[in-house]
Design a protein around this ligand. Structure first.
Ligand code: ADP
Ligand code: DP6
Ligand code: CO
Length: 358
């Protein structure tokens, strides 16, 4: 019997606190600004991907949640797969480190998301990270997560950050070929294990404007984006990285909320405007603002930081000691009525062990 070449990997989502929104190169997925996120370390928001290479496969194929997803020539999926094959050839086969030359075989890939796909819960991030991690495992590639992040980035920008656990920066880089636009770990989860994330699912419907098309429209039409990328993000990247290293929650929270606000302002500054938050999202902001105001008035500091991606769902970062109280607060203000407020997805540790390959 011939050997079976198969590997499985899983990757969690990450939620940005400094948002990526805009590409300077749409084909290579090079961003207009650096970004920073926290990788969520729990079992609820994950992609798990199995790849198999076999000489008998007639073409590369991918099934997403059991349904075939066509791999169009020149698509992001096709690019990720061919880049992984190229890496296998370059770092393993050309050096005669292994036989046979499985980079020449076609692959079959099956991936499952254990949460809604394309609903603003960052499935493209965990999805492409798991895809690249499973192929890296299949091809026995002795390469770093940062090297893999260069390829995951070409699947979906935010995916490059899910190759690491903990607090992760995507450095925008300056090279036109994209060789320095990659993810690096700012701090592992163990550095600040008290940091937790609460995900409030306001809606798990497919979003109206995809991140890809929305951000391109912003690049083409928003004057505010130009101000953001030049004058705002570079300084925030420095300050929030320092806040993470110093475990300074007040600064972390202030910058996180300001950056979420500016990202949604930039969406609104797009022509035609894009609205990702809804009334429930805005009510959660009001609640968190009031909760922090009371804490500060009583001589304490910030206790919670909201952030919203390209959808209405809130992610609330808070320290472990406050997270139960916040979850209770949210549930008491937003009883879970159909169509109004779907779920509070438990209490999640933020940060993770590196992508879990098994
Ligand atoms: P989200 O907010 O969920 O990230 P996007 O519009 O950014 O939404 O991306 C959704 C797209 O990401 C899907 O239509 C699919 O092409 C891709 N995707 C999602 N999950 C996976 C996966 N597990 N494997 C491969 N691609 C995936
Ligand atoms: C608002 O990574 O989904 O979540 O690169 O076109 O696939 P593509 O876009 P994607 O955009 C994510 C946007 C965001 C902010 C972030 O995650 O940094
Ligand atoms: Co996405």
């Amino acid at each position: 019997m011939s050997p079976v070449y198969q590997a499985t990997a899983s990757a969690p989502v990450n939620i940005a606190v400094i948002k990526y929104w805009g590409k300077r190169d749409t084909k290579l997925i090079l961003p207009t600004n650096s970004s920073l996120s926290v990788t969520l370390d729990q079992d609820h928001l994950r992609s798990t991907t199995t790849s198999r290479a076999d000489a008998s496969f007639e073409r590369d194929q991918l099934w997403l949640n059991g349904k075939e997803d066509e791999i169009k020539p020149g698509s992001r999926l096709a690019t990720c797969i061919s880049e992984m094959k190229r890496l296998r050839k370059e770092v393993v086969e050309d050096k005669n480190l292994a036989e046979p030359k499985i980079s020449q075989y076609n692959v079959h890939i099956a991936s499952y998301n254990n949460f809604p796909t394309a609903a603003g819960l960052a499935s493209s991030a965990s999805g492409f990270a798991a895809l690249v991690a499973s192929l890296a495992h299949l091809y026995a590639l002795p390469v770093s997560p940062s090297t893999l992040s260069l390829i995951a980035r070409q699947g979906s920008g935010s995916a490059c950050r899910s190759l690491f656990g903990g607090f992760v920066a995507w450095q925008m880089g300056s090279d036109a070929a994209g060789t320095d636009s990659l993810a690096v770990q700012v701090a592992p989860q163990e550095h600040w294990p008290q940091m937790q994330a609460l995900i409030c699912v306001v809606s798990d419907d497919k979003k109206g404007t995809s991140s890809t098309s929305g951000m391109q429209r912003t690049v083409e039409t928003s004057p505010l984006l130009q101000h953001r990328i030049k004058y705002v993000v570079p300084e925030r990247m420095e300050r929030i990285s320092k806040a993470i290293l110093e475990r300074d929650f007040d600064t972390f929270a202030t910058i996180t909320m300001a950056d979420s606000n500016q990202f949604h302002a930039v969406a609104l500054d797009t022509e035609p405007p894009i609205f990702y938050m809804n009334d429930v999202s805005r009510a959660i902001i009001a609640l968190i603002v009031e909760y922090n105001r009371l804490s500060i008035a009583n001589g304490g500091g910030y206790k919670a930081a909201y952030t919203y991606d390209a959808g209405p769902n809130a992610v609330i970062y808070a320290l472990e000691e406050n997270i139960k109280e916040i979850a209770q607060l949210i549930v008491s203000y937003f009883p879970q009525k159909p169509g109004e407020f779907k779920d509070v997805l438990g209490l999640f540790g933020a940060g993770a062990a590196d992508v879990n390959v098994h």
